[in-house]
Design a protein around this ligand. Structure first.
Ligand code: PLP
Length: 507
């Protein structure tokens, strides 16, 4: 049910699609719209059926040379011509996350029901801000929020939440609520209160937490990076030490943000311990489960999130481990009253007087006009069910665990931490060619770049303690151990080639 290379293609009709005199979607153009949509689906279906590499490896310059030539003041006149041009500018050289050699960033192949649901989202073009623009859509979103709250272990009668564009926005909103909660308890002018606030997260936490501190007027330094243990989980004792130091200095712990599935290592911070600490210091306890949220629907690994039910707020990115198309994320809060501090009422849109009887989501959102992204998840759950999504996430976790052996079998590759979710982070170091750190780092970047240019595979890279490392992020249940083995072989082959070129001075 994931969109992949086996998707059957539709027949492309042999008639040119017209340029509509009235190009707006309405009763008169519904048929023409359907025809054009079939054509678009055929083209993309055909592409999916024939993709055999994650990328063609274009450079930014090559793409710019093509795209810069387009004159936006001079329309092509037919949909066919637009599609042809689009194929050349984008489709044929796009990055295909469903390809089994794509192992770079936290992107998943997408569930077919979700992709198909997108037609309804964009065509009907519901806006989620108020009930009078959304009708059933609002209640569908609310039911999904309730369902997610239940998966987390919150009391769904008391919990609430809102769909957002992604984990960055969900984290920002969580920190906004935490900031308002903290400032309400303090005295003094607003700048004085803000200056005291601190957010504690691990040094491996996503940068959106630090950015949130800046955006909320606290300054980047207000996000305190706590050291991690060998498995890249936040060190609870180090947190305690830092908290007592900061509290002694008059600072106020506004929030502890735990990560359940760090971006690089998939590490899950010790939620139960961190909750306890947050309660001791009166801080908001947020869990960024943007990546690890797939565990919520896993029968095998759900226990890894134990403690999440004690959070004040949770970020879930369905567009990572629920196999949803971008964007699909939510912020879920344990107590619906948490939204009170950010509620806003506009006379033209959601007057306060109507708040009690009309379900207007805008008062809980950072956005006004907002897509009905929730529908994609809804159709996925109604078609496939949550357990199927959990099984798919289990599959990628098992694959990553098995892939550790594949790394260990290669003398040039060195895993830097045990696999915790579905990423593998390792270095390429040839025992026969010891390198200085700067040379090592340059080599890692070259390997990744050359792999990309070849189109053979796509991998990511990250830096830990100044050392550039290679990273595989596995989110594709269709990927096999043989695929991983081929990717690792390609890395070793390219690394060896580059070292040989350096030695012979070829390059
Ligand atoms: C742990 C974590 N939190 C938050 C984010 C940000 O999510 P998004 O890219 O959906 O904004 C990411 C992105 O990779 C992440 O890994």
């Amino acid at each position: 049910m994931l969109l992949g290379a086996s998707l059957p293609t539709l027949q492309i009709p042999d008639v040119p699609l017209p340029l509509y005199d009235d190009a707006l979607l309405c009763a008169d153009t519904a048929e023409a719209f359907e025809e054009a949509s079939h054509r678009a689906v055929s083209l993309v279906g055909e592409k999916f059926a024939t993709v055999s590499a994650p990328t063609t490896g274009p450079t930014p310059q090559q793409m710019a040379d093509r795209i810069n030539h387009v004159n936006l003041r001079s329309p092509l006149g037919t949909m066919d011509q637009s599609f042809n041009e689009l194929n050349d500018l984008y489709v044929k050289d796009a990055v295909y996350f469903h390809d089994t050699k794509y192992a770079a960033h936290l992107n998943c192949p997408v569930a077919i029901p979700a992709v198909v649901a997108e037609n309804f989202v964009t065509t009907i073009n519901t806006s989620m801000d108020t009930f009078d623009q959304s009708a059933g859509a609002t209640l569908i979103e609310r039911k999904l929020i309730s369902f997610t709250a239940e998966l987390i272990g919150f009391d769904p009668q008391n919990a609430d939440g809102i769909f957002t564009s992604g984990g960055t926005q969900s984290n920002l909103q969580a920190m906004l609520i935490a900031r308002n909660t903290a400032t309400a308890k303090l005295e003094g002018s607003l700048p004085e209160r803000l200056a005291k606030l601190r957010i504690y997260c691990s040094e491996d936490a996503h940068f959106s937490i630090r950015n949130a501190a800046m955006l909320l007027g606290l300054g980047y330094e207000a996000a305190v990076a706590i050291p991690t243990d060998a498995q890249h989980r936040m060190d609870a004792q180090a947190l305690r030490n830092r908290l007592s130091q900061d509290v002694n200095e008059g600072l106020v712990p506004m929030a502890i943000s735990a990560t359940s599935g760090t971006t690089d290592f998939g590490a899950i911070d010790p939620l139960v311990q961190l909750r306890e600490i947050a309660s001791e210091v009166g801080a908001w306890f947020h869990v960024d489960a943007a990546y690890g949220c797939g565990l919520l629907v896993s029968n095998r690994h759900r226990h890894r999130l134990d403690g999440i039910e004690q959070a004040d707020s949770v970020t879930v990115d369905y567009h990572k481990s629920f196999f949803q198309p971008i964007g699909s994320s939510a912020l879920i809060v344990r107590a619906s009253s948490s939204f009170e501090s950010i509620a806003h009422y506009a006379e033209y849109l959601n007057p306060a007087a109507e708040a009690a009887e009309t379900p207007n989501q805008v008062s809980k959102s950072l956005q006004t006009t907002r897509r009905f992204d929730a529908l994609k998840l809804w159709v996925t759950l109604r078609t496939l069910g949550a357990s199927r999504l959990g099984e798919m996430f289990d599959q990628v976790i098992a694959l990553a665990e098995d892939a550790q052996q594949e790394v260990a079998m290669r003398a040039q590759l060195h895993l830097v931490a045990d696999v915790q979710l579905s990423t593998l982070v390792f270095s390429f170091e040839d025992p026969e060619h010891p390198l200085e750190l700067a040379e090592h780092n340059a080599l890692a970047n070259q390997i990744r770049q050359r792999l990309y240019s070849s189109g053979e595979a796509m991998i990511a890279a990250t830096t830990v303690a100044g050392k550039r490392l290679l990273k595989l992020t596995l989110l594709n249940p269709n990927t096999t151990l043989a695929d991983i083995s081929e990717i690792l072989d390609a890395i070793c082959r390219i690394g060896t080639e580059i070292l040989a070129e350096r030695t012979t001075g070829d390059k």
